[in-house]
Design a protein around this ligand. Structure first.
Ligand SMILES: [Zn+2]
Length: 268
């Protein structure tokens, strides 16, 4: 159901009925609280003007700048990072993502660097080895990401028919910027995994341009996506700028998506 209500105003004897968009049922405070709850060792406090991190840094919640989608991607504050609700469960219609709907792709660089490490060597120090169907992958232990990935593998091991989609992995840790941008990839922090490229679809390969992606494509079965989501990963196949082999550990976004589901699926 769309979150619409009606307000009636009595003006000069006639009744004017205005559609009123209900306030978000997942207010910003709840989103920030989900972020803190997902990473309690890294997020010390949420204060009016910023989030205080365990390393002592303070990250602005809202920089006050008006931004279009590309500007949000390039220079996200925390509010931008949490602004799109990842569709899950009853809130996931299965329809291709609408234009510029990229929940999880908007990342606040300062937050990621504070959480996982601000340099290649700092990020590397958080890595541990995780078994992925007989191969060893480097993944961050921060926030329990390594245990979450192991749990995904454990769930999917029970469905051998899915194995071919998952392995060989096309990569986990890789300190690098996203192709064509100055932004750090989630792979830089060892918090993302690409599964088998053989079944991958990627918006750039389809001839897409930023903000204008002509065709949505996906070959990955729903059961794979569901297993990752169950353990706190978002899927790049739910992005307008889609990347269907990409799964990223974002337990805060899964929690916010579940909160939205319990409150009637608000869009933003
Ligand atoms: Zn990836």
């Amino acid at each position: 159901m769309a979150a619409l209500g009606c307000a009636a105003l009595l003006i000069a004897g006639s009744v004017l009925v205005l559609p009123v968009r209900a306030a978000s049922t997942v207010p910003l405070f709840d989103r920030l609280e989900a972020l803190r709850a997902a990473f309690p060792a890294a997020v010390r406090a949420i204060e009016a003007d910023g989030v205080v991190m365990a390393d002592g840094s303070r990250i602005a919640i809202d920089d006050g700048a008006a931004k279009d989608h590309q500007q949000k991607l390039a220079k996200a504050d925390l509010e931008d990072m949490l602004s799109q609700i990842y569709p899950i469960g009853a809130c996931d219609t299965g329809a291709p993502p609408r234009r510029n709907f990229d929940p999880g792709r908007i990342r606040n660089d300062a937050f990621f660097r504070s959480l996982y490490g601000s340099s290649r060597s700092a990020a590397q120090k958080t890595l541990v080895s995780v078994d992925w169907f007989g191969s060893r992958l480097s993944f961050t232990a921060t926030g329990g990401a390594d245990k979450a990935l192991a749990a995904v593998a454990g769930d999917l091991a029970a469905q051998p028919a899915l194995r071919d989609y998952l392995t060989p992995s096309a990569g986990t840790f890789n300190w690098r910027v996203i192709a064509g941008t100055k932004r750090m990839s989630a792979h830089s922090f060892g918090a993302a995994i690409d599964v088998n490229t053989r079944y991958a679809d990627y918006w750039l390969w389809s001839g897409g341009k930023p903000g204008n992606v002509p065709h949505y494509r996906n070959k990955l079965p729903e059961a794979v996506v569901a297993a990752f989501e169950r353990h706190g990963f978002v899927w790049g196949g739910k992005w307008y700028h889609y990347d269907t082999m990409h799964f990223e550990y974002r337990p805060e976004l899964i929690a916010i998506g579940r909160l939205a589901e319990s409150r009637g699926c608000p869009q933003e």
